[in-house]
Design a protein around this ligand. Structure first.
Ligand code: NFS
Ligand code: SF4
Length: 636
């Protein structure tokens, strides 16, 4: 392997040679060009909050120990990381707002392209949010659910927490968070307060700043919970489906359209329209019609709900274009590389932006609004079909690399599988197997890909360690993408890597659920906003046992955390009581006050804490140890 190319994905390695021979720079080349990266920035010690700056604090104690305004290293680090949490919260919550506003319009009958696909879930949510459903039409209930949800963006009463947090976390946890003063009362106000308090000359007490950030992180959790749940109402709650992952899902005999980004509002309609327009694609000579493939979290959304194959995850999104067989890449929001249009221009690929607030230089922009979703989706697909006619077959190079993936494990799907074993008390089999030790604990993998590590490698190393130690694993986001691409989300992986007792449990549940074999080694719970699915499962477990989340043998791991969203997720993970592993160095190590706060300090406050460990072998063992300690404390 060319060791400039930091990946463990064979498809990426193959396509990087194409990039090299074509003289195209990829993320791996740009990473090299950035070396060595700035030491001050890496430690979080660089401040650009005002125009007297940039200021930086000397970590060795020789140079300046404060910025021009007097902010010291702890204040600078705290402000930087807290602003990242706010940005993450903003990103997830904008996504959530988009979904909630759409549901509100559906309730008024204003969006003909959409409907309620999970009515039962709509009513469950209405009950959860204390909405009276008596004598109401379904659409009216949808409107009320959306309206009450939107209060979480509007409420000005500090004494009332956001509805979704209160409805989805164990009572004990909500009380603790409220007692600590970190419960958000309003998502928008929380984000905006963080921006205000970190302005020059405001909050300079590092712990206070950081706890403000934790409130932002919990606003992030609130935003993603509502985004996930309301998406299920509109698009259906995922259930197990067999599909494939990695670049080999691009088909040279089809018009290939990749959907990349996060928000399912457009990709859902593209999936619908692709079926209708299949014959048009065949008419221009694509024997297999239209092939939709996913990238990043939009990819996860349509994979979970429709079994759309996943082409790749974040770090290798450029590779899809380098196959020479991608006719269009349609993007919405978040984690989309600005390099895509340039690479698209080296081929025939149309890179299409769709959100007015997320454009890219050199891309075609087709503005998407729910009101004319069908027309827009048709226009986009037609654009891809036209591009197909310009494809140069001599430049097509699709590595035949893909793996089977069984995905679609929403918490409802997990409960449904469990109820096949005990219909009256579906959680009982899970509880019993945790108590008797067949399942030692549960680990949630979340987060991104980062050039700071070897792409996808730590996920695999840690998962294999946990599997051998009989830990049940869940995954979301690009972590889930990594497992799917590397064949750890299928039944063979369970056979190969699961410890004996875990294997027996996964087999019993899988058989009972009609999968004809074990559950996959790692359960795909969805996109990054779907991390809330794992929390609802954990909350059900905690409530059933009458304990708090921090008492469960439950850990989280983000081996390649990179985005501000991931920082927010990891931080609420800690705030709800989870030992949370980070496999990349967070940009906070310039301040011992903040690093201590993230570890020991957080443990005292929340019983959750960060575990920073960049070596995946050691990280896997540490997580196993944490699970053992939790079990001991529970007396099991
Ligand atoms: Ni999550 Fe999904 Fe991926 Fe990271 Fe980006 S796509 S929302 S942020 S990189 S996992
Ligand atoms: Fe420098 Fe203070 Fe301005 Fe930051 S806020 S750039 S530390 S003067």
């Amino acid at each position: 392997m060319n060791n400039r190319i930091k990946t463990s994905d064979p498809a990426v390695i193959a396509l990087c040679s194409v990039a090299e021979s074509e003289g195209i720079a990829t993320v791996f080349d740009r990473y090299q060009a950035q070396q060595p990266q700035c030491g001050f920035g890496s430690l979080g010690l660089c401040c650009r909050i005002c125009w007297k700056g940039p200021c930086r604090v000397d970590p060795f104690g020789d140079g300046p120990q404060a910025g021009i305004c007097g902010a010291d290293k702890h204040t600078i680090v705290a402000r930087n990381v807290t602003r990242m949490m706010a940005a993450g919260a903003a990103a997830h919550s904008e996504h959530g707002r988009h979904i909630a506003l759409a549901l509100q319009k559906i309730g008024k009958g204003l969006l003909p392209a959409y409907r309620i696909r999970d009515e039962a879930k709509l009513y469950r949510i209405a009950t959860l949010l204390n909405i009276d459903t008596q004598n109401k039409e379904m659409l009216e209930v949808a409107y009320d659910v959306a309206t009450k949800t939107l209060e979480d963006y509007q409420n000005q009463d500090h004494h009332k927490g956001c509805h979704w947090i209160s409805a989805t976390l164990p009572k004990k946890r909500v009380e603790l968070l409220s007692h600590l003063g970190v419960l958000p009362h309003n998502i928008d106000a929380t984000v905006s307060q963080i921006m205000a308090r970190t302005h020059i000359g405001c909050d300079a007490e590092p712990k206070n700043v950081f706890l403000g950030g934790i409130r932002g992180a919990l606003a992030d959790f609130n935003g993603m919970s509502l985004a996930t749940e309301l998406s299920d109402v509109m698009f259906g709650t995922p259930s197990p489906v067999v599909t494939e992952a990695n670049i080999g899902v691009i088909d040279k005999n089809a018009v290939n359209i990749a959907v990349n980004g996060h928000n399912p509002m457009l990709s859902e309609v593209i999936c619908d329209m692709a079926r209708e327009m299949n014959d048009i694609a065949k008419g221009v000579g694509a024997p297999k019609g239209i092939n939709i493939v996913g990238i990043c979290c939009t990819g996860n959304e349509v994979m979970m709900r429709h079994g759309v194959p996943l082409a790749t995850n974040y770090l290798s999104q450029e590779m899809a274009i380098l196959t020479g067989a991608l006719d269009a890449m349609v993007v919405d929001v978040q984690c989309i590389m600005p390099s895509l249009p340039q690479i698209g221009n080296c081929f025939h690929t149309e890179v299409i932006t769709t959100m007015d607030e997320n454009k890219m230089q050199g891309a075609r922009h087709i503005s998407f609004h729910e009101e004319n979703a069908v027309e827009t989706a048709r226009e986009i697909i037609q654009c891809a079909i036209n591009a197909y006619t310009r494809r140069d077959p001599k430049r097509v190079n699709i590595p035949n690399i893909k793996q089977t993936a069984v995905v679609g494990f929403s918490s409802e799907a997990v409960m449904a599988a469990l109820s096949k074993i005990d219909a009256d008390d579906p959680l009982k089999p899970l509880v019993d197997n945790i108590v008797n030790g067949n399942i030692q604990g549960v680990a949630l993998f979340a987060g991104c890909n980062s050039t700071q590590t070897v792409q996808d490698e730590s996920y695999q190393v840690i998962a294999k360690t946990l599997a051998a130690n009989n830990v049940l694993m869940l995954a979301t986001g690009c972590g889930a993408g990594a497992f799917a691409k590397h064949g750890l989300m299928n039944q063979q992986a369970t056979e190969q890597y699961a410890g004996d007792s875990l294997k027996a449990v996964l087999t019993a549940i899988g058989q009972a659920a009609g999968l004809g074999g074990p559950l996959p080694l790692v359960l795909h719970m969805g996109s990054c906003v779907d991390n809330s699915r794992a929390v609802s499962l954990a909350t059900a477990l905690a409530n059933r046992l009458g304990v708090d989340l921090c008492d469960l043998p439950l850990v989280a791991s983000a081996p390649e955390a990179m985005s501000e969203k991931a920082i927010a997720i990891a931080s609420w993970g800690v705030a709800i009581g989870l030992p949370t592993h980070l496999g990349t160095m967070p940009q906070v190590t310039g301040s011992d006050v903040i690093t201590d706060l993230m570890q020991e300090g957080a443990k005292d406050l929340f019983d959750g804490y960060f575990i920073v460990e960049t070596d995946p072998k050691i990280a896997g063992n540490k997580l196993v140890d944490v699970i053992k300690q939790k079990r001991q404390k529970l007396g099991i």
